[in-house]
Design a protein around this ligand. Sequence first.
Ligand code: ADP
Ligand code: ADP
Ligand code: ZN
Length: 220
Amino acid sequence: MDLVLLGAPGAGKGTQASLLGEILPLPRVSSGDLFRAALANQTELGLKAKVYMDRGELVPDEITIGMVAERISQPDCAHGVIFDGFPRTVAQAQALDDLLGRMGRKVDLVIYIRVSTPVLLERLAGRWTCPKCGRVYHRLYSPEKVQGECDDCHVPLYQRDDDTPETQSRRIAVYLEQTAPLQAFYRERGLLVEVNGEQDIQAVHADIVKAIQKARGEAA
Ligand code: ADP
Ligand code: ADP
Ligand code: ZN
């Protein structure tokens, strides 16, 4: 199954992708995590992407699509992927259709996690991330067990450079301009299921699991 998680920055895509990873035997492909890993390794791709990430802008489609194409050509992605943060533009969605099409696959389901802007800002402000595994925590809503360190890796958590107030607002505006049109793109194709993202993490997860079961049932 190829599943896309769609939603604004802070909607809970990464959180839900991790939870799904525990029940769906599929790799999670997060374009943001791929860019951050490239940057940590000081690759040319990472350094190019950083300029855009620091401004809260999207990295150009050509760079992003190439990176994701490379990732999903790897053997662990042969049976499906949970996409988190990709596609983010109509051009990326079309490229994903082409890429999967060449593998005899297609996007099976798109979960749109709906969250209003004030809630997004509150979530981004309290987000702490593990530099090693990418797991996210929230000071109020999803705290780590031992303050300041990842439950799984036991390394210190950090706040992302692009989680400053100015960049947060810019990223939400960029989402509304460039990514929100994907809601209609996938709705027209009958692939979009909308989930209320303002519930607690487990309730959102339960709604997503229901949507996946329904999609699978109808496909069978
Ligand atoms: P968030 O979890 O807050 O939505 P991400 O980790 O997904 O943020 O992305 C961080 C940044 O990486 C984005 O602001 C953007 O600069 C870049 N990025 C991630 N995914 C994409 C994409 N699909 N297209 C273009 N840029 C992207
Ligand atoms: P995205 O990947 O869409 O940018 P994240 O999964 O990184 O979103 O979540 C953003 C922040 O909000 C994190 O600090 C996370 O712990 C928290 N969070 C995620 N889902 C919820 C929820 N349903 N209720 C409260 N906080 C949440
Ligand atoms: Zn970790």
